[in-house]
Design a protein around this ligand. Structure first.
Ligand SMILES: *[C@@H]1O[C@H](CO)[C@@H](O)[C@H](O)[C@H]1NC(C)=O
Length: 384
């Protein structure tokens, strides 16, 4: 077998047109990662084949995630951040249907959003802001790896793989109390087999600076919560996809017990939602007020959903059926798989004018909705 160096010399000598300074040399994905990134994040390699490190304390875990070096970080069991940075007193107000004491949420006055009387509340500081993960990182969990009381912030960074962890307990009583995973100004990010639960705010928050080539797969958006803005044990704060020019593959995720933003598809986001199970929503799934948001939904299962598309939705949507499946060829190079519905209104929108915008993206395959209906809820989350 020729060495990597030989291949590079060959590539540079004989195929200069396919290599440019802008395209970094591809590293291999570490063997501690299961599988390879499906869909838009197909180029993500994370920390490549750096020698794995095995932090056992929250301080070491933070150190590796925030260092400048490429890292392959393997964690096992609980990482208990709750209380590790103390508490702080902030102003909050009651703007939702019921108070935290009655299973509701209060809103922190973080963005001066309170229009009613404010009062002091004590929140957990560690949960209030996530760890600022740096570029070229792989984080893989084993043995039920859990970040208790700490989320992850990916801001202005690239090439990150996060697999098989759970993030939970982020000041669930308080809106703005903590996001599980934040992305803003990122590219080449693969989040796989992650469970998020008991968040104060978003399970996934895409900031307004563009996020390119993102895949979230096999993940469990567990909206079952002790404190719900809708006062019914379902979270409102699912997935906030509002970047100016985001591209997101949303694949084989289990979106369970939500009340809104599942997703909020807004800004200029291009979404490919494939083989997900959306189950038990008491408000609405898809919402968003921007005409530039676009999404193809295919091979998904919608089950026990009150409203599939919010009446105020302004973007472009394509919901695949057996009758319109063939029109996906111009977008995906193949037919779509039809969505399936049980006690859920159909996503009966078939905009196709945006299909050319899928050109150049790596497109994940789709299975039939029936074939994934039982499997996705079982495998989603940190089940590897
Ligand atoms: C990440 O790795 C790539 C490829 O080795 C390198 O070009 C880039 O500078 C790294 N990014 C950072 C922020 O270190």
């Amino acid at each position: 077998m020729p060495s990597i160096k030989t291949i590079l010399v060959w590539a540079i000598s004989f195929a200069p047109s396919v290599l440019s300074a802008a395209v970094p040399v591809k590293r291999a994905i570490s063997s501690v990662v299961s599988g390879t990134p499906p869909g838009f994040a197909g180029g993500a390699t994370g920390g490549g084949n750096a020698k794995p490190v095995y932090p056992t304390t929250i301080a070491d875990l933070k150190k590796y995630l925030t260092s400048k070096d490429p890292q392959v970080i393997v964690i096992s069991g609980q990482f208990n951040f709750a209380g590790s940075e103390g508490t702080q007193t902030l102003k909050a107000c009651n703007t939702y249907q019921c108070t935290p004491e009655k299973g509701g949420q209060a809103m922190l006055n973080t963005l001066n959003g309170c229009t009613t009387a404010t009062y002091d509340v004590k929140i957990d500081t560690a949960a209030y802001q996530g760890i600022n993960v740096q570029s070229n990182k792989t984080l893989v969990g084993k043995n039920g790896a859990t970040l208790n009381g700490k989320g992850l912030r990916l801001v202005g960074v690239s090439n990150i793989i996060i697999q098989n962890i759970k993030i939970t307990n982020l000041n669930p009583k308080y809106v703005w109390g903590g996001d599980a995973i934040t992305m803003s100004g990122t590219h080449d990010i693969w989040i796989d087999h992650v469970e998020t639960s008991l968040t104060g705010r978003q399970h996934y928050s895409f900031g307004q600076t563009a996020n390119h080539w993102i895949t979230i797969s096999n993940s469990f958006i567990n909206g079952k919560t002790t404190n719900s803005a809708s006062c019914d044990g379902h979270t409102y704060w699912g997935e906030e996809m509002v970047g100016v020019d985001d591209s997101i593959t949303w694949y084989k995720n289990y979106v369970y017990m939500t009340n809104g933003r599942s997703p909020a598809l807004s800004g200029g986001t291009l979404l490919h939602a494939v083989n997900n199970v959306f189950d038990d929503n008491t408000g609405h799934l898809i919402e968003g007020g921007d005409a530039n948001a676009r999404g193809i939904f295919e091979g998904n299962v919608f089950k026990n959903i009150k409203t599939t598309v919010d009446a105020g939705f302004k973007g472009k949507l394509f919901g695949a059926t057996s009758a319109n499946a063939a029109s996906c060829k111009t977008a995906l190079g193949r037919n779509c798989q039809a969505n399936a519905y049980t006690s859920a209104p159909a996503l009966n929108r078939a905009d196709t004018a945006f299909f050319t915008q899928f050109n150049g993206f790596s497109i994940v395959g789709a299975a039939t909705a029936d074939s994934i209906a039982a499997a996705v809820p079982k495998s989603a989350g940190n089940t590897l």
